[in-house]
Ligand binder design. Sequence first.
Ligand code: FAD
Length: 245
Amino acid sequence: MPQVKLNVKILDATKDAISIIYAACRQCYSPKFAGDLIEEVKSDARKQEDFVRKVVSSGHESPIEHVKFTFAIEGVSRALTHQLVRHRIASFSQQSQRYVKATNFNYIIPPSIEQNKDLKGKFIRMMEEIQTGYNDLLDHFKRKDESGEQVNQDARFLLPQAAETKIVVTMNCRELLHFFEQRCCNRAQWEIRGLALEMLKICQDKLPAVFADAGAKCVKLSYCPESAQFTCKRYPLKEEILRNK
Ligand SMILES: Cc1cc2nc3c(=O)[nH]c(=O)nc-3n(C[C@H](O)[C@H](O)[C@H](O)COP(=O)(O)OP(=O)(O)OC[C@H]3O[C@@H](n4cnc5c(N)ncnc54)[C@H](O)[C@@H]3O)c2cc1C
């Protein structure tokens, strides 16, 4: 069955991240040159890490822009990547539906449909129908002697948002914190939340000084900034806190 699961792999992360953030912070206040400071600071890892934790929790975020993470992501829907690419302070390279034929496309089934036998059956039949239509279009264009991207580019208009895609994403730490605030929230759409939580786990493992306390907005605020209609009630609403003061 062409059904697939989320897979997130880290491709790269800035080396000596703590030293770079530390040197960048120190450059703001030191008469010395960061090019020299970096060698000095490398010697005291514990001190640097504590310093970076304080900087991050104080909200001084520009120094962490110097450190970035690159992820390879597969097993996600086009519906997910449409949301992901709205994050503008990031770099993306996505599998093309012009250059890569979808003659046996994989797709994501939402849990609400997966759990319902009837709905799941209908959903899969629909995917199969789309596949047949897509392949028919490819045949049609091939008969007209068109090739490569010419053939794929119009047939892809039939592909659903459920169609699986692969994407490489690079974000710096500041953008990652922002991404996690928005997308780890229980209000975020389930699929992108699942991706954000996977990415958060990786970041927390690689760079706890920056990401230990990262997550949905409420984690930092200790209240929920959403309205009463949308809160998941993990934290009290801001109005509730103000009312009880
Ligand atoms: C729960 C949820 C529901 C959503 N629903 C919808 C929806 O219904 N419709 C819809 O269209 N979108 C929706 N979105 C997407 C949302 O509006 C943002 O486009 C997306 O989350 C990217 O966030 P961003 O713009 O803050 O961040 P990024 O693009 O990642 O940018 C990071 C930060 O940089 C700054 N920045 C970036 N670009 C600019 C700029 N041009 N000018 C000024 N400052 C800038 C801002 O401070 C911004 O917060 C939703 C998002 C969430 C989390």
